[in-house]
Design a protein around this ligand. Structure first.
Ligand SMILES: *Cc1c(COP(=O)(O)O)cnc(C)c1O
Length: 427
């Protein structure tokens, strides 16, 4: 994450601190004491607002079965983005070890000084091929890919049209660019069309959407979006973090699922979810765009190269996927098993067929109490509530992985039924 993002993009508590210290040092307080008091009061606001995010400590590898500090025994994990179970796949781990041995722990350099290895070029080629796009550029994360793209592509004469529920990193990336901004209502093609009409005078226009939205598991209406974009002469960008590797007949993503691979121009995605889960992100798209990103994209120019073991793991994950879609199919089958058993038991699951399977509960306290009770039954799930999701739409977001067995799925459903009955959610 570039420092500039923090400074330009957000009003951080640190900025308040700077002001506070200026006035209080003159009154004899130490600067750090003033900062502490500002920070403590900010923390208290979060605690009393009920939006504090705790972190459970996992003491095993990521997987369908994990060990969690403070809970005894084996815990079933239903909240990782490890959709294909590749993050501890033996071949992926071996490839990481091999790359560590042959290419070292890291480059101590950015790409353009002395940080580009054959491994990086090879993974970029593979990713471009996987997405059937001209070229690819790697970043340290998809957050960085989103932070670096828009200001390179779009200037003050251009316009960006963005779904209101796009991922935070897209919102921040758009903040950094000087294009005119239009925000259309979530997946609302009518509103998108209105914004396309409003922005007719722009030089370049880019429609920006998540392929899959992570809180509901809902899929963007890409056919309609591409049709409108074509009609009004706009480009289309999708963020495929929750789709790459498993949506579509060959796991290429939302654009493949909806038959518009040739109509979506730019794709950003992550290596940190289905593709091995280590870290890293990338952009695929037209060659001149990728070349310009290598020249100008700040998170790329001013941040270290991806570590060789991370690159090795991702490359192997991609090879496994390209050789067979058996893993993705097994994940789909388990998703359907979970969704239909839960519906049968009387729960409401949002979305339709995505492995993100949000169990809708409405009340924030209920979601958090139920998640705690699920953990007591050995199932790790997380409640999401406002401001992450709209008020009154609290939920437990379950994520299915190919690494789950049918017994794991059934045990999770059983635990939901037991806790759901206790809390009066199902009878
Ligand atoms: C997870 C996620 C990101 C960030 O990806 P990282 O590689 O973890 O930085 C960006 N966009 C979307 C939609 C995501 O879900």
């Amino acid at each position: 994450m570039s420092l500039r993002w923090v400074v330009r993009g957000l009003r951080t508590p640190i900025q308040c601190v700077v002001q506070a210290t200026v006035s209080s040092t003159s009154r004899g307080y130490s600067a750090i004491a003033a900062a502490r008091s500002v920070l403590e009061s900010e923390l208290e606001t979060i605690r009393s607002g009920g939006t504090w995010k705790g972190e459970r400590i996992i003491t095993s590898k990521q997987g369908s079965h994990i060990s969690v500090d403070g809970s005894s025994g084996d815990i079933l994990n239903f909240c990782a983005n490890n959709y294909l179970g590749l993050s501890s796949h033996p071949e992926v781990v071996q490839a990481g070890i091999r790359a560590l041995q042959t290419h070292g722990a890291g480059l101590s350099s950015v790409r353009f000084i002395c940080g580009t290895q054959d491994l990086h070029k090879d993974l970029e080629r593979k990713l471009a091929q996987f997405h059937e796009r001209e070229d690819c550029i790697l970043y340290a994360s998809c957050f960085d890919a989103n932070a670096g793209l828009f200001e390179v592509l779009l200037g003050p004469d251009d316009a960006v049209l963005s779904d209101e529920l796009n991922h935070a990193s897209i919102i921040d990336g758009i903040r950094l660019c000087r294009a005119r901004r239009f925000r259309y209502r979530h997946m609302d093609l009518g509103d998108l069309e209105a914004k396309l009409q409003e922005s007719q005078s722009s030089r370049l226009r880019l429609v920006v959407t998540d392929g899959v939205f992570s809180m509901d598991g809902d899929v963007a209406p890409l056919q309609g979006i591409c049709k409108l974009a074509e009609q009004y002469g706009a480009m289309v960008f999708i963020d495929e973090c929750h789709a790459t590797g498993f949506l579509g007949p060959r796991g290429r993503g939302t654009d493949e699922l909806l038959g518009v691979m040739d109509k979506v121009h730019i794709v950003n995605s992550t290596l940190g979810k289905a593709l091995g889960g280590a870290a890293g992100g990338y952009t695929v798209g037209p060659r001149p765009l990728i070349e310009l990103l290598r020249q100008r994209s700040r998170p790329y120019l001013f941040s270290n190269s991806l570590p060789p073991p991370v690159v090795g793991c991702a490359a192997r994950a991609l090879e496994l996927l390209m050789a067979s879609n058996e893993i993705a199919q097994s994940m789909s089958a388990k998703t359907m098993r979970f969704r239909s058993s839960m519906a049968q038991a009387g729960f409401t699951i949002s979305g339709s067929s995505h492995p993100i399977s949000p169990v809708m509960l409405g009340d924030a306290r209920l979601a958090s109490l139920m998640a705690d009770d699920m953990l007591k039954l050995g199932v790790y799930v997380i409640g999401f509530s406002y401001p992450v999701v709209p008020k009154g739409k609290a939920r437990i977001r379950v994520q299915i992985s190919a690494a789950h067995t049918n017994q794991d799925i059934d045990r999770c459903v059983e635990a939901f039924i037991q806790t759901g009955r206790k809390h009066g959610v199902v009878s």
